[in-house]
Design a protein. Structure first.
Length: 146
């Protein structure tokens, strides 16, 4: 059976820490797969806020997620901190991808991968319910030196 394999970029333009909450834990005693997607949402919101953007207003347009892929690597438990890195890439006329690397520190202090992910985002005019072009300002900010 073929598995998802995400090719991550060498460099990430943003990193943040997100603590694992007790409400993130599922019946298996670890962070659930649905929560990993929610963590990506949090990291994406923090990444965009760095540029003064929100998902409903990025230089005059909104965004909508067109797809998501997650490659799970290791479990994540209550009390651990996710070290989340994100960067934008694969720009098209109407969208772009965000790449994510979620890691945690091991007891030895080394970084252990938790998940790799990629989300496809499309620029969307919510008022008119239609896809629109990526604003030049967004291209420059997300594609430029961070």
């Amino acid at each position: 059976m073929a598995r998802i394999k995400i090719e991550l970029p060498e460099k990430f333009s943003f990193t943040t820490n997100v603590p694992v909450r007790i409400t993130d834990i599922n019946y298996g005693g670890h962070v659930g797969n649905d929560t990993i997607l929610a963590l990506l949402h949090e990291v994406r919101a923090q990444f965009f806020a760095r540029f003064g953007y929100g998902e409903l207003n990025m230089a005059g347009t909104g965004i909508i997620m067109s797809d998501a892929a997650i490659e799970f690597k290791n479990e994540l438990f209550y009390g651990e901190v996710v070290i989340a890195s994100v960067t934008a890439g694969e720009f098209s006329r109407v969208g772009f991808d965000l790449f994510y690397k979620l890691e945690k520190k091991s007891s030895e202090g080394t970084l252990t991968p938790v998940a790799f992910a990629k989300t496809g985002l499309i620029c969307f005019d919510y008022a008119n319910k239609k896809i629109v072009a990526v604003p030049d300002e967004v291209l420059q900010k997300l594609n430029g030196p961070n």
